[in-house]
Write a protein that binds this ligand. Structure first.
Ligand SMILES: Nc1ncnc2c1ncn2[C@@H]1O[C@H](COP(=O)(O)OP(=O)(O)O)[C@@H](O)[C@H]1O
Ligand SMILES: N[C@@H](CC(=O)OP(=O)(O)O)C(=O)O
Length: 471
């Protein structure tokens, strides 16, 4: 069971989280709990590191002081007499954090490795509080440092998990607790190399931690508890009339997650696909809601589209070969550059002598562009966003033309269709993307509330949610 930042953001949220876990235990299930940092904490830790490296140590320390007050306040609402000991443990972590920030400031350098160390404090703090809060509620639990279980390579910032090492570590550190009916509590997102250096799984990576542990422990379900009723027809922050999907396939959910549906980390699905374990997305503010179940073969919905995702902060590189004809080998050279920088293209369009590539703004563009300019002309367009329409494009051939007709007044910079049977991607400016999503959502989900009620329930949802257990 993974509880995201919003599910542990304050004392009432943590109490709701404990109620949900207790509900599972009352049904004789044996949960393992993964928690994220409290909402917005990871962003603030990274901002503090940025202040420190840019010479503003006072601003960095002011941010950590505010985080300290917030964590103290949350702890005060949860643990009764054990509060002084918990505050002392929290302060030990805050003191370590300030030492690292001081080091960043002194050296004037912030590496990916140090950023991971700084970011790790969010989950280390939240898991400490949550574990104590469980104890205070009389639920036997144990804090497990995720860095002893989630072993990765040393690709700091987005490390790659090592499944065999994770399986062995989870069997050694987590399973014995489950067997004595204690609830293991781990921070998500954080990990370590086999040599013990702190890494992270990339932003939003707590979902991935839960899925990795689920596979390692052969759990019979992975539950992602968040602040919405499940995977929706689009981001409800863009379209408040978005509705919950009762079920969705691994394949479609993975596409949505990769192309920006923040509700799920893109890698979460992989361990579940390998073991065939269902992934549930559930609302910790409304635990009675059935949520969304992600499985290999969900029931058909009869809808043309399943959902619409948005990925922002993209930059397009228009790369044109200087040899106008016979540019044999040109694409190979372009991809070699991307490969060298570990950059992956979110979207591509090509002609004989040119290729347009949408990359995440965070890629190392200041190195990629000069490397391409060694053999090509490069023009860039920043502030682009990708809209990903997910559905069954093979069964419903008219979807693409309907989408384009609907966006006739919006400039679409690139289109990608046909790479698979389940998605179509459109590239727009960031300024127009919300409007475009609202138009598309109104077109494909016109009477959303009414249609949702009319779709037959997956039927197995509630029963299935109650039936999982560790095998
Ligand atoms: N298709 C979608 N379905 C549901 N939520 C979505 C979707 N796309 C984006 N979101 C956003 O994802 C948010 C949940 O993700 P996140 O903020 O990371 O939660 P948590 O803190 O629980 O990990 C929702 O509040 C919603 O705004
Ligand atoms: N705290 C990390 C990991 C995470 O998964 O968070 P959340 O579950 O709140 O998206 C982040 O902000 O990236």
């Amino acid at each position: 069971m993974k509880f995201g930042g919003t599910s542990v953001e304050d004392a009432p949220a943590i109490q709701r989280t404990i109620d949900i876990v207790k509900g599972r235990r009352d049904r004789r299930l044996r949960p393992v709990v993964v928690v994220s940092a409290m909402a917005r904490v990871t962003d603030e830790l990274i901002a503090a590191a940025q202040h420190a490296v840019e010479g503003r140590l006072a601003d960095a320390v002011a941010l950590t002081a505010a985080l300290r007050v917030r964590h103290h306040d949350v702890a005060a609402g949860l643990v009764g007499r054990k509060l002084p000991a918990l505050l002392a443990d929290l302060d030990t972590l805050f003191a370590q954090l300030d030492v690292v920030l001081g080091g960043i400031n002194a050296v004037g350098e912030l590496t990916a490795r140090t950023t991971d160390l700084i970011a790790s404090f969010g989950e280390r703090l939240s898991s400490l509080i949550v574990a104590q809060a469980f104890e205070h509620r009389g639920i036997s639990s144990a804090l497990v440092d995720a860095r002893t279980c989630i072993i990765t390579d040393d690709r700091f910032g987005r490390a790659t998990p090592q499944p065999d090492l994770i399986a062995a570590a989870a069997q050694a550190h987590v399973l014995p607790l489950v067997q004595v009916e204690a609830v293991p509590i781990l921070g998500g997102f954080i990990a370590a190399t086999a040599g013990g250096i702190t890494t992270t799984l990339g932003r939003g990576g707590s979902d991935y931690t839960a899925a990795l542990l689920g596979r390692a422990l052969r759990a019979s379900a992975i539950e992602i508890w968040t602040d919405v009723n499940g995977v929706m027809t689009t981001d409800p922050r863009i379209c408040p009339d978005a509705t919950r999907l009762r079920s969705i396939s691994f394949e479609q959910a993975s596409e949505l997650a990769y192309f920006g549906a923040k509700v799920l980390h893109p890698a979460t699905i992989l361990p579940a696909v390998e073991t065939g374990v269902p992934v549930w997305v559930l609302n910790s503010r409304d635990p009675a809601n059935e949520g969304t179940v992600i499985t290999a073969a969900p029931p058909a919905t009869g809808r043309a589209l399943t959902s619409i995702a948005v990925k922002r902060r993209l930059t397009v590189l228009h790369v044109t070969s200087r040899r106008l004809l016979a540019s044999h080998g040109f694409l190979r050279r372009v991809f070699e550059v991307l490969d060298r920088h570990g950059a992956s293209a979110n979207m591509l369009a090509s002609s004989e002598v040119s290729i347009s590539i949408a990359l995440e703004q965070t890629e190392d563009l200041s190195s990629i562009v000069p490397d391409l300019q060694a053999f090509a002309d490069v023009a860039t367009e920043a502030k682009r966003a990708l809209v990903c329409l997910v559905g069954d494009f093979q069964e419903r051939p008219g979807v693409a033309s309907r989408a384009m007709q609907c966006l006739r007044e919006i400039e679409v910079g690139m289109i990608s269709l046909g790479a698979n049977r389940i998605s179509m991607n459109l590239l727009l400016t960031e300024a127009e993307v919300d409007h475009a999503v609202r138009l598309l959502h109104a077109e494909f989900f016109p009477h959303n509330a009414a249609t949702a009620a009319a779709i037959p329930d997956a039927g197995f949802a509630r029963e299935h949610a109650m039936a999982w257990h560790l095998v």
